[in-house]
Design a protein. Sequence first.
Length: 344
Amino acid sequence: MFERHDRIGGLLMYGIPNMKLDKRTVQRRIDLMAAAGVEFVTNAFVGGSPELAAGDGPKAKSIRYIDPAPLREEYDALLLATGATVPRDLPIPGRELNGIYSAMTFLHGNTKALLDAEYADSFTPPISAAGKDVIVIGGGDTGTDCIGTSLRHGCRSMVNFELLDKPPAERAANNPWPTWPKILRTDYGHQEAAAKFGDDPRQFAILSKKFLDDGNGNVAGIETIRIDWSQPADSAPFSEIPGTEQTYPAQLVLLAMGFLGPEQAIIEQFKLPTDKRSNVQAEYGKYATEAEGIFAAGDCRRGQSLVVWAIAEGRGAAHAIDAYLMGSSDLPAPDVPLEMPAAV
Ligand SMILES: Cc1cc2nc3c(=O)[nH]c(=O)nc-3n(C[C@H](O)[C@H](O)[C@H](O)COP(=O)(O)OP(=O)(O)OC[C@H]3O[C@@H](n4cnc5c(N)ncnc54)[C@H](O)[C@@H]3O)c2cc1C
């Protein structure tokens, strides 16, 4: 397994914060796999380049850039499990100011510093929220993890912007069982912020218009306006409500507005077709791409999802690759029915 970062585990290691998923648990599983014979090669960026590393990519000096083409000759089968890591950006005026980061830059650096300091009580994250007014833009799980992490750094205040309306406490009439209940969910970050500052940090139906400069190229705040989803405008599915302009102070802004899909470089280098959402095209349950011997599983195949799906797809892909190499497979796979013993 080639991994471009310095530790194995993907988002389970460097995305989900330690207080939510203890990295010792993740490492224990990795050690078991290593003991079972899996060879892990870290700091190995397949199809990467120094230019690609300049963005949100890894910046370690020890990084090795691996040409993907020879891998097809060297190995009988390849599995792409590269995740869906391209963050959605917010290209409004002032985006270039210092102090505005993607959630993953913030969370990755925080966990790396914690692990490098061997879980010491005090460690120095490369981006610290200590003493700052923090605004997290985006109301999903990643945003919650940014809130929880900022609180642990000791932020001065916390506000969380969400573009959508506040969901109802109970299912709406147009959202019956068994559809996914679109109701207000209060996660650990929201509860902790409310406990510390007295209020739920979330502001719903709010649009960020402009990042403000402190005069030295650092972010000082955000200009916002409230929006009305019941009145679509020509240019957007909502309209801005005149007179609701407001300025929020911030010295740290974290962008957690979801992910657009997998990084395309390695997909293009292998000339793999993608679906409408830019994910690698490979049928669920089969995991084979159009290219002979190349398989895809997890977030790079289905888009940003959940750990249970990543594990299920990994096991399914192992079964599919075993069958491809050996003609058949006894490996258990969640999407391939196992032969059940006859009922007694
Ligand atoms: C902040 C955050 C919090 C989350 N919280 C939860 C949660 O609480 N519960 C839950 O179920 N899910 C959660 N998720 C989602 C979950 O983490 C992912 O769905 C899951 O990790 C996907 O697994 P994956 O193996 O497909 O991809 P990833 O975990 O993204 O792993 C992909 C790996 O491939 C490496 N890679 C990519 N390209 C290359 C390359 N060219 N060469 C070498 N290596 C490469 C990456 O560095 C990465 O380590 C969260 C996600 C985020 C971002």
